[in-house]
Design a protein around this ligand. Structure first.
Ligand code: GFB
Length: 315
């Protein structure tokens, strides 16, 4: 990729997009396009086309999406399906029509069947029913993959797809109604410690297994793929390490320094029992995750405390 040409990072204010901007800027990419949300709504097809007509990005990163944790996904399937289809369709179509030389579409590990063989290989896609709590989001992401692959096959457009596992890191959403488990527990444990509470509530049984990837690792993988990969096959991006939700909660208590107990709310959904990606395609290409979970949680907690104190955390 040419470092002097314009690159659109759609979703630059989000967890993934923000980290991708930092990564590309640090690597010397000098023209990163970051239209403000108020100035350009990616759900508006005509507005997106006008923007592309003027700016002509040479590469596009589709990190803009309606995202959220298990509860938000379960409660708002219309927005998760409709808004994501609109955002990605408009960006992918405009990238093709206005001459982008490369596009990277970010999917999610929830595209794989609920009971996919673990660790989940890329070939598991469409091999069985999806997890119901995030089916709408998963269907939208699968449609995005298929659209990129269709442009690749029919028009030879190098539109590639990365499938990240559960992400976390600085800039995450700490709003308890919408957030993913890791920021939610960091906040709950921090608040329990500050309030001198005896316990922290954890949704579900604590038994589901999840893999977590620091968003700076994701950003590094995205740059690696943009620079080195040009295939139709989707590529999993993960750390290869999994923990149970109970183990995650215990680790967060250690990092925060909370000595109280955990209280499991088995009335809340567990979601997918296990979600571990097979990352051998990506490691085979030469990329590996670097940030250990404990270190990543400690850095995220430091960021959260600073943002919380400054009143700028998303909550
Ligand atoms: O991160 P999370 O919301 O999403 O939840 P998923 C992971 C697990 O943590 C579930 C449990 O078993 C939750 O029940 N959990 C425990 C909590 N306490 C909490 C809490 O306070 N907040 C939250 N949010 N969870 C998402 C999908 O699935 O994964 C998205 O809904 C996306 O579509 C994302 O794919 C990566 O890992 O279950």
């Amino acid at each position: 990729m040419d470092k002097q040409k314009p690159i659109l990072v759609a979703g630059h204010r989000g967890l993934a997009g923000g980290a991708i901007v930092r990564e590309l800027a640090a690597a010397g990419y000098g023209r990163l396009l970051r239209p403000a949300r108020e100035a350009l709504d990616y759900r508006d097809r005509e507005a997106v086309r006008r923007y592309f007509d003027v700016e002509r990005p040479a590469a596009v990163v589709v990190a803009a999406a309606k995202v959220g944790g298990i509860r938000a996904n379960n409660d708002f399937p219309v927005e998760f399906l409709l808004h994501n289809l609109q955002i990605q369709n408009n960006l992918i179509e405009a990238a093709a029509d206005f001459g982008a030389e490369k596009l990277l579409f970010l999917g999610s590990s929830c595209i794989y069947p609920k009971h996919a063989e673990q660790p989940m290989r890329e070939e598991a896609l469409l091999g069985g029913p999806l997890e119901p709590t995030n089916e709408a989001y998963a269907v939208a992401k699968i449609a995005g993959i298929k659209l990129c692959q269709a442009y690749f096959r029919q028009y030879g457009r190098p539109f590639i797809c990365a499938m990240p596992t559960n992400l976390y890191g600085p800039g995450d959403n700490f709003d308890l109604a919408g957030s993913h488990v890791l920021p939610a527990l960091l906040r709950k444990v921090h608040e329990a410690k500050s309030a001198g509470a005896r316990t922290v509530q954890v949704w579900g049984t604590g038994r589901p297994l999840r893999e977590f990837l620091h968003v700076d690792d994701l950003a590094s993988a995205c740059r690696f793929l943009l620079e080195n990969y040009c295939g139709m096959e989707i590529v999993n991006v993960g750390s290869g390490q999994e923990v149970s939700i109970r183990q995650l909660a215990e680790l967060i208590c250690e990092v925060v320094g909370f000595g109280g107990g955990l209280e499991f709310d088995s009335g809340a959904p567990d979601g997918t029992p296990r979600k571990l990606l097979d990352v051998s395609r990506l490691t085979g290409l030469g990329w590996h995750a670097r940030i250990p979970l404990r270190e990543g949680i400690a850095a995220t907690y430091a960021w959260y405390r600073a943002a919380y104190d400054a009143g700028t955390a998303r909550n």
